[in-house]
Write a new protein. Structure first.
Length: 78
């Protein structure tokens, strides 16, 4: 299996969507009663948090790698 880079934004999104699934499963199984409007802040809040984490991760990776200077075709090679 090929290794891939860690993406914490996707981890946060998956955790919140799994939480929503557990809440619905508990409601369907009769363990507790969940109103329908509880899912709106859970899902939207999780997706917003995942977007913020993903943006911060991208910013941190760009700062860590540093600016890269690309050579254009019009420049003469050194």
């Amino acid at each position: 299996m090929l290794r891939h880079e860690f993406q914490p934004g996707r981890l946060v999104a998956g955790a919140f969507l799994t939480l929503a699934a557990v809440i619905y499963a508990g409601d369907a199984g009769g363990l507790w009663e969940t109103p329908w409007f509880v899912m709106i802040p859970v899902v939207t809040g999780g997706l917003c948090l995942a977007g913020a984490v993903g943006s911060l991760t991208g910013l941190a990776r760009r700062r860590r790698n540093g600016p890269t200077r690309r050579r254009t075709d019009t420049e003469t090679p050194l």
